[in-house]
Design a protein around this ligand. Structure first.
Ligand code: ZN
Length: 279
């Protein structure tokens, strides 16, 4: 009995030590910041891409990565402006985009999210719930600048907002568009492979040059145009693979010519896609 406890403790300690070793050998890379227009900055690294726009009355921030990244986000913003973060727009509820919410609320920022995304967040018992929601569209006017958040339909989840900075000709797509790797369809949060491409297509109505994807390098409008085709093509391939059975469909999907490999996250979404496509 005691031997068993000792063994368990030893395994636990070794496990922690292993994690620590893995972390210390591969700590998350420090966040980096780039200016993508006259007034919009992007912070990339660990978690979803963050965007922010300083104004004379304060800062509007889009997404806030994981909780652990909040101090670095605040420091990066501070390196550009002495004004506080007044508003945070969450593109959707995933913790790599909303993890810093608690810290932003503590810093007196108001957080806004699409109604379905807040419900997803509450269902997942995630901390840092936003106080304000919208269904179709909302705007924030601050210091003579304007930012628009728009829900265009289902895709990555059932509550993705695109964030448009009209004066900057910049669009933040959240995870509706990723420029690194395959898309993840969150079936548990109402994501849809059937509608994803049509949802993204609606975002093309806005006048913009720069696209900030949920993950991956900053892109151009032409990349988002191409992404509509990519998502339609992925749907066709998934549909074909699902015909041979949902359980191992992921194994039959080849995305190499689209410049991506499926990966664990994509594969996780495949059974849900098969189910949706069979309806
Ligand atoms: Zn996401």
């Amino acid at each position: 009995m005691r031997k068993e406890i000792l063994l368990r403790v030893t395994v636990a300690v070794l496990g922690l030590a292993g994690l620590w070793l893995a972390w210390s050998q591969n700590p998350p890379a420090p966040l980096t910041m780039q200016k993508v227009s006259d007034n919009v900055y992007v912070i990339v690294g660990n978690g979803g891409n963050v965007a922010f726009m300083p104004t004379s009355e304060g800062v509007i921030l889009v997404d806030d990565k994981f909780a652990q990244d909040a101090p670095e986000i605040l420091a990066k913003v501070k390196s550009v402006t002495d004004k506080p973060i007044r508003y945070v727009l969450n593109t959707h509820q995933h913790p790599d985009h909303t993890g810093g919410n608690e810290a932003m609320l503590a810093a007196n920022a108001e957080i806004i999210i699409q109604k379905n995304a807040r419900a997803n967040m509450a269902a997942g018992k995630q901390p840092g719930l936003p106080r304000i929601t919208f269904t179709e569209e909302t705007q924030v006017f601050l210091g003579g600048k304007e930012v628009l958040a728009r829900y265009l339909g289902r895709g990555h989840t059932n509550g993705d907002a695109v964030i448009y900075f009209p004066s900057e000709r910049v669009l933040h797509t959240g995870d509706l568009f990723v420029s690194s790797g395959a898309p993840f369809i969150d079936g548990s949060a109402g994501g849809s492979i059937k509608e994803w491409d049509k949802t993204v297509e609606k975002a093309l109505q806005y006048d913009f040059d720069v696209v900030i994807p949920g993950h991956g390098p900053v892109a151009k409008k032409a990349d988002l145009v191409k992404w509509v085709q990519t998502m339609a093509s992925i749907r066709t391939r998934v549909e074909r693979a699902c015909a041979g059975g949902a359980a191992d469909a992921a194994k039959r999907i080849d995305l190499k010519d689209l410049g991506m490999t499926g990966g664990a996250m994509f594969d996780r979404g495949v059974p849900g896609m098969c189910q949706e496509l069979s309806q």
